[in-house]
Write a protein that binds this ligand. Sequence first.
Ligand code: IFM
Length: 461
Amino acid sequence: MVEKIQNEKIFNWGVATSSYQIEGAHDTDGRGPSVWDVFSHTKGRVKNGDTGDIACDHYNKFYEDIILMKDLGVNSYRFSVSWPRIFPIGTEQKINQKGMDFYDRLVDMLLENNITPFLTLNHWDMPQGLEDLGGWTNRETIEHFVKYGHYMSRRLGDRVIDWITHNEPWCISFLGYIEGLKPPGLKNEWAKSLHTAHHLLLSHGKVIPEIKSNAKDSKVGITLNLNTAIPASNSEHDKKACDFYDVQFNKLYLEPLYNQKYPELLFKSLLQKNLIKQSDLTFVKAGDLETVATKTDFLGVNYYSRGVIRSNEIEEEINDKPIVDLGPKTDFGWEIYPQGLYDLLKRLQVEYNVQNIIITENGCSYSDGPDENKAINDKKRIEYHKSHIKQIQIAINEGIPCTGYFAWSFMDNFEWAEGYSQRFGLIWVDFETLERIPKESYYWYQNFIKSKEMSAFNERK
Ligand code: IFM
């Protein structure tokens, strides 16, 4: 029996991935279809028609991958469980044993290599069977999620301490129901989007006691993608757009989780714009907000860039000229703004009094590939990580409680609607041969973790 690792003082230096993005083996060992299988197989949804059918084939190559992780020197690994490997349709009462066995083996091997598993229950790939019943817009999905969390923690709770309920609920509710970029691919369905956000948050609150009762000494949190947003100009239009952005992106999740309420401004603006009706706002039932705000042990934060917000409600020529100097961009077109990470950490401490923050994702997409000697000189990625870690260091020195950093991502993988066209990995993956080649950034992270600079993080109060 492999022992769990418990050391409160150690800063978690890790790498992160998610099931659909790396596992492949989409129909192996009884796995059912996830919403992402259906979405990616729908023409026009994903660039180049890419799917996660094979991805990095991590399901069959996890052994090799953990050896690379060990060599990298990380003490933690954040991964997610593919829900339809455990409940192929979602509504079953019995688990699919073979699916569960995979995660059992994975966790054991991580622990044997002194790597702490951070397990995310929902990184978007819910069973299509549940989507067919309304997905997250259906309140009953909450019970299926809690049942899934129950079985996962019952089986792995003796070895997994760190649990993340959901990854980036905004991506499901906003990108899935307003922008149509993620399943179920709907557009401008604000009522459904709000219901989805609420049910995700409620299921988070409901699954916490389930995990805690099965996994002794467990630590449970949720991961949000957050950023600091500023108006592009001093115009009232941009300021208003920025306030709206902040409520729908950040506060829709932070307010209920930390203050037991939804941001009034969001509902007011949506009602004013006729995007929802008053009757759409009956989704919050008695006791829900208390459940959503169930105490957590940490907040997972995914930070990539800041938001510079321009109003789309007036003509560009009439609006004031933008005054913000934008920094360089990654291959994805995302602005590099490391200070935004410090600003965000500060805000979480000052406005929400968050007691423990873990950076569960931070990274960048660059396409640098192997030269004739198979060397991959991705120095822009190194700079990206360095500059963001520096901001964390500043925050920690000011007493902001940040206890972990997970680079996104361990290896190149299926980047959702972008397919395999965006590479975030510290390791290059050849998607034809599935060969893995560590990039320069991998070696940099390896040295950094070994170096003296580490001690400053570990000596935090
Ligand atoms: O790849 C994604 C990940 O699944 C969630 N956070 C953002 C990453 C980069 O887009």
